[in-house]
Design a protein around this ligand. Structure first.
Ligand SMILES: Cc1cc2nc3c(=O)[nH]c(=O)nc-3n(C[C@H](O)[C@H](O)[C@H](O)COP(=O)(O)OP(=O)(O)OC[C@H]3O[C@@H](n4cnc5c(N)ncnc54)[C@H](O)[C@@H]3O)c2cc1C
Length: 466
């Protein structure tokens, strides 16, 4: 490791900090710097002064203390997937939890403990060995940290609730360098706040989740031609909310990748579809899907069948590797009137790039039965979380796909509840954050004032202390 002099931070102090870490401290002159500062979204290009790759909680405490004592901007990096790149900052210190990936399953208590830098692939791999799972997202390379702290929507939402609904405990290094465990019994105000309030309150070094007996699911994508999109969306809107919690399905407009294993006649085509997950008894799956399969004649692609849960979780990882350009827009919806569906068809069938997409995730079922104020995630009465993403490996597409995402979002926004899922937003200003947290915003600002009164943790969808 090279230690270089910078005007703002004393060189000796950096030496001392680095020497005390079990992990590594990376600086701009180090060969690994450009790799270490990269995040998943290649649109983000930030240059921190220091990256502390923490090996354990002691390293995290040292990093928090160093940042506070030297008045440094702090970014916390879990899996590095955040759309606006809130796991990295310019000039300040990145507390990178990537080396902290330990996962321990307790099969008797039916819980899993995951360190702050674990990905969902790490968790799913560990829990599947015991025939169990906890709800997460739909791409397994996403970090447990950011996804959980923002809420967590995925294939198991209707059955098991959001990820935060399954969080039992979190070990958190606070701005003053102390560490507390937050749970229903200990620091309940902090436990409430971290279940949706993001990385505003401290660095979570360990999460404890409830597990469910979910092993093999009957799941996968079912695609139809886009000329059926309006019919499919209207049917989906009416059908899914009335279906049992065991059936989850998120709607998408998407482009079929031009290569195997996809059928050649679909290569490069824009389609609409639903990615289904059935967690009910496997011997009832065929009868559950028979009417769905018959609804519009045979689907153009039907890859719904029995799958080990981690296979479903990793199914889309190869399509979305790190290093693409991403632009996100999001909203929540209570209803999808026919006019809104017409707007979806108008814009969703005009994807600007092969990887761009629109998803409607159901957030009813178990997630919808939690009170709006039970956690900061205040849109529990909404039925859908919409996300419109422009994605491309080529930066030359950025302007076009950003314009498409904004126009699409504007067309649907009048039908929305006014807030969006924090983990599907870019940096969109304080008004959007307030709309997202709604009636919970004020309580979040006062918990913030208790645990982080100087706003040390501000590289996030920031909630300023009141
Ligand atoms: C391809 C892709 C698919 C996605 N799919 C889903 C999905 O299905 N469902 C869903 O809910 N979301 C999904 N997301 C959104 C995802 O939840 C957010 O991007 C989330 O912020 C990623 O968390 P991370 O730890 O990987 O990110 P990072 O960029 O590392 O961190 C994001 C934010 O979380 C905070 N943070 C992270 N870890 C910690 C920690 N241990 N302690 C304190 N703060 C921390 C940081 O302060 C930062 O502000 C997806 C994102 C991508 C890129």
């Amino acid at each position: 490791m090279t230690v270089q002099t910078r005007p703002t931070i004393d060189n000796e102090a950096i030496h001392g900090f680095a020497a005390g870490l079990r992990g590594t401290l990376i600086q701009p002159a180090d060969p690994s710097y450009d790799t270490a500062r990269k995040v998943y979204n290649a649109m983000i290009d930030r240059r921190p002064a220091l990256i502390a790759r923490c090996a354990n909680t002691a390293d995290v405490i040292a990093a928090v203390n160093f940042a506070r004592e030297h008045d440094l901007l702090v970014a916390i990096r879990g899996g590095g997937h955040n759309g606006p790149g809130l796991g990295v900052c310019d000039d300040g210190l990145v507390i990178d939890l990537a080396p902290m990936k330990g996962v321990r399953v307790d099969p008797v208590a039916r819980t899993v403990r995951a360190e702050g830098g674990a990905t969902w692939a790490d968790v799913d791999h560990a829990t599947h060995a015991f025939g169990m799972a906890t709800p997460s997202g739909v791409i397994s390379t996403t970090g447990v940290g950011g996804l959980t702290l923002g809420g967590g929507i995925g294939h198991l939402t209707r059955k098991c609730g959001l990820t935060i609904d399954n969080l039992l405990e979190a070990d958190i290094v606070l701005a003053d360098g102390s560490m507390v465990t937050a749970s229903a019994e200990q620091h309940p105000d902090l436990f409430w706040a971290v279940r949706g309030g993001g990385g505003n309150f401290g660095v979570v070094t360990s999460f404890l989740f409830r597990l469910h007996p979910i092993d093999t699911v009957y799941a996968g994508p079912m695609l139809w031609d886009v000329d059926k999109a309006a019919d499919v969306l209207r049917w989906y809107r009416d059908f899914l909310p009335a279906a049992p919690d065991d059936l989850n399905g998120w709607f998408a407009f998407l482009g079929v990748p031009a290569g195997p294993p996809f059928p050649e006649d679909l290569h490069g085509r824009t389609m609409c579809g639903v990615v289904w997950t059935w967690t009910g008894p496997l011997d009832t799956a065929e009868e559950t899907f028979a009417p769905i399969r018959a609804q519009f004649g045979p689907p153009a692609l039907d890859w719904v069948g029995p799958l080990p849960h981690p296979a479903l979780q990793g199914m889309f990882d190869p399509i979305y590797p790190p290093g693409d350009q991403w632009y996100w827009k999001a909203d929540f919806f209570n209803e999808l009137p026919d006019e809104a569906i017409a707007r979806h068809v108008e814009h969703g069938t005009q994807l600007p790039t092969g990887k761009s997409t629109m998803h409607l995730y159901p957030i009813d079922g178990a997630a919808g039965r939690v009170a709006n104020t039970a956690t900061p995630w205040s849109h529990r009465d909404a039925k859908w979380a919409e996300v419109i993403v422009g994605v491309s490996p080529d930066p030359a597409d950025n302007e076009r796909m950003t314009a498409w995402a904004r126009t699409y979002w504007e067309a649907l926004h009048p039908y929305s509840t006014g807030g969006a899922y924090v983990n599907f937003m870019m940096e969109e200003g304080n008004e959007r954050i307030r709309a997202t947290y709604g009636e919970n915003y004020d309580r979040l600002t006062s918990v913030k004032a208790t645990y982080d009164p100087t706003n040390l943790f501000q590289v996030n969808q920031n909630i300023a202390p009141k």
